[in-house]
Design a protein around this ligand. Sequence first.
Ligand code: PXG
Length: 459
Amino acid sequence: MTRHNSTAALRALDAAHHLHPFTNTRELNAKGARVITTADGVWLTDSEGNRILDGMAGLWCTAVGYGRDEIVDAVAAQMRELPFYNVFFQTTHPPVVELSGLLAELTPPQFNRFFYCSSGSEANDTIFRLVTYYWQLLDQPQRNVIVSRRGAYHGSTVAAAAVGGFDPMHAQPGLPVGNVFHAPRPGWWSAGGDLSPEEFGRKTARETLALIDGIGVNRVAAFIAEPIMGAGGVIIPPESYWPELWAGLKERGVLLISDEVICGFGRTGNWFGCETYGTEPDFMTMAKALTSGYVPMGAVAVSDRIADVLIEKGDEFTHGYTYAGHPAAAAAALVNLRILRDEKLVERVAEDIGPYLQEKWRGLADHPLVGEAVMKGLVGALQLCTDKTARRGFPEGVEVGLICREHSFNAGLVMRAVGERMVVAPPLVLSREEADLLIARATQALDRTEADLRKTGVI
Ligand code: PXG
C-alpha cells in the first residue's frame, strides 16, 4: 500500500506549489484541495478514507473503470520492452501499428487513418491545421473559416480555445478568434421558447446553415461540434437537429469535425456519437476514453476522402508531437479498446445499464428543483430551476450548481456542475446497484440543496 503524508500536509504542499487548471487558486488555497488517493471500479477513495462513487468517470475518461490490471500490466510490459520511441522520420513501433489497425475496425467505415497526440486539445489543433491544408491542396485556400457553436468546449490550447465557444476563455486576452464563427447550440431548455423541442432543433440547424451561407460557403472550411455537447452542460440535441444540419452541411460541401472526446467509445450507446445521430464526419477528435485515461493519449481519425488528398497531392505535413503514438499509451489504448469490445460494454450502455439508469434519472424531474432530467447512453444532466413551467433559473449570485456539487460530494457522489446544470457520465461498467446508489445520492444532494435554498430564502 502506498504511504501518504497527512491530508493537511498534502494540502499545504499543494497550495504552496501547484497551480490547478480552471481554478481560482486563491479560493482553493483558502479551503484546501480534496485529495484522491486510490480508486477501484467506479469508486474513489480520498485521503480521509471516504469512498465516493465517481459519477464523472474521472473527467469523462474511465470508461472501463479503475483498477483494470490488464491495462496496467500491458503498460508495464510495454515500458520494459520499449518505453519510448518516436514515430517521426520514417519509423514506427508495434503497439501504434496494432492500435491503428484496431481503430480502423472500430470506427465508422470512412475512417482508416489515424494521427496521434496526447490530448483532445492537441487533436483539435491538428485537425484545424489538416483542414486548412486540405483546402489549400484543393486550390481553395480562402476556405479557412471554422464554424463552431456557442458554449462549446474543444480544448485549451490556443487554437482549440479560440474555436471553442466558451465566453470566459475568450474574455482572457490573446486568443486569435478571427476566423471562427459561433452558431447557436441546440439547448431547448434555455433557448427553445414556445417551440417544441423538435421544432427548436430544426430551427437551430437552419440558423447554423444560414450563418454558413452568410459567411459564404466558399469561405467555410469546416463545422465542428460534439454529437452531444458535454462540458457545455450535456446538451442533448432534439432528434430533429442533426439530420437537418447534416443534410445541409453535406449539400454545401462543408467538412464535419465530430469532436468525440466525450461521446466516443460507447458513451452514447454506440462506439461513436456520430453513429448515434447518423452523421458521417470527415474527422473525429478522440481522447479520454481512448485509454480510459490510464495514460494520456489523443488521436485524430481522418476520413478516406481527406486522407487520399493529403497523401496524393500533399508533401510533408509539417506538424507533429514528440509523444505521438507513445508506446505505453498505445499499449493502454489497445487493451482498453479490447475490454470495451470483448466485454460488450458499448452494447451494455445501449441495452442494459443505459436504459436502466436513464429511467431512474428521468424520475429526478419530479424533484422540486429539477426542471429537466435528460440522459442519452450514460451521459446525463439535471437542469436546476426555480420555476419549471416558466423555465426560470436562479437570481444572479446564487451559485446553485456549486452548492449542489458540494452536497453531492459530501453524499459520496461526484457530479459536475455546469452553471445550473448537474451532469453525470459514470464509467460504463456501472452496475445496477451502483446506479441505484447514484440516484439515491443525487436525490440526497438535491434535497440538501433545496433545504439550503429555503433556509436562505432563495426559494
Ligand atoms: N474536446 C472536448 C469535447 C472535450 O470535452 C477537449 C476537446 C480537450 O481535451 P483535453 O484532453 O485537451 O483536455 C475536451 C476536454 C469539464 C472538462 O470540466 C472537460 C474537458 C476537459 C477539462 C474539463 O467538463 N474536456
